[in-house]
Design a protein around this ligand. Structure first.
Ligand code: MLT
Length: 266
């Protein structure tokens, strides 16, 4: 995996006839890593360079300090775009990747040619949510990443995925288990301290695609419908039979929605 400074990333050069259309940046959720987006690298065939950053501390063999705020992660992705000489891109993420996308938009809206919000929400954690994060931090300190993985797994995927796609269940578990304990503690700290991004929604003017698994139990479709109402001109795609990790559970439907958005809306 190439890297710039401490940030590693997957990079699929634009392919297909005609001039490259632009760059699509996809930011992974918690506690995954850049490989979450492997099924989306195929979108490079439509003329888009696909760049998937690996957030600080996540992934096999990560070195250096973990992040501790969505601003840490957002700053790293902005630095990566600068290092790659990308002045403007379609930028988005899944779940925590969506929170990082909002942080990037808050600090550097000029980079946004378009936005993709997948299985995410604009609100900050509730006080009960923060308590849950603190319990998880204790859990990872006491019993390691395996315990956090076991705790999170049952809510991440739809029943259909769990029943019919054991390979996807295994793939997700492997992604989670490759995170270090310090990355997980850093990620949980970032999650529980993130600000409410709801006031940003009415200021988003770039083309925006919102995707959500119909059975997402962590960021349910009602939250995406609300973002869709507040972001003028946004497009909403509900992915059948998918849960919170729609990009991995139903990659062809997810990619079709994303490819259509890139071809016709951006
Ligand atoms: C994620 O997938 O990034 C997390 O589930 C986000 C969250 O727990 O809020």
């Amino acid at each position: 995996m190439p890297s710039v400074g401490r940030l590693r990333y997957l990079d699929a050069p634009a392919r297909g006839a005609g001039r490259p259309r632009g760059t699509l940046v996809l930011i992974h959720g918690f506690p995954f890593n850049a490989r979450l987006w492997e099924p989306q690298l195929a979108l490079a065939g439509g003329g888009w360079r696909v760049v998937a950053p690996e957030l600080r501390g996540f992934g096999d063999g990560a070195t250096g300090p973990a992040g501790a705020s969505v601003d840490d992660y957002a700053g790293d992705v902005i630095d990566l775009l600068d290092a790659l000489h990308v002045e403007e891109a379609v930028i988005g993420g899944l779940s925590m990747g969506g929170y990082v996308t909002f942080a990037m938009f808050r600090h550097a809206p000029r980079y946004f040619q378009g936005m993709v919000l997948a299985d995410t929400r604009s609100q900050a954690d509730t006080p009960e949510g923060v308590e849950g994060r603190k319990r998880m931090i204790q859990l990872v300190r006491d019993r390691g990443v395996q315990a956090v993985t076991d705790e999170m797994m049952p809510r991440l995927l739809s029943d259909a995925t769990t029943r019919e796609q054991p390979e996807v269940v295994e793939q997700l578990r492997t992604l989670m288990l490759s995170s270090s304990a310090s990355a997980v503690v850093g990620g949980l700290t970032a999650l529980m301290t993130r600000p409410d991004s709801t006031p940003l929604l009415s200021t988003i003017r770039c083309p925006t695609l919102i995707l959500v698994g119909e059975a997402d139990a962590i960021t349910p479709p009602a939250l995406s419908e609300e973002m869709h109402r507040r972001i003028a001109g946004s497009v909403l795609a509900v992915i059948p039979r998918a849960g919170h990790v729609a990009s991995l559970e139903q990659p062809s439907v997810f990619n079709q929605a994303l490819a259509g958005f890139l071809a016709h809306r951006v």
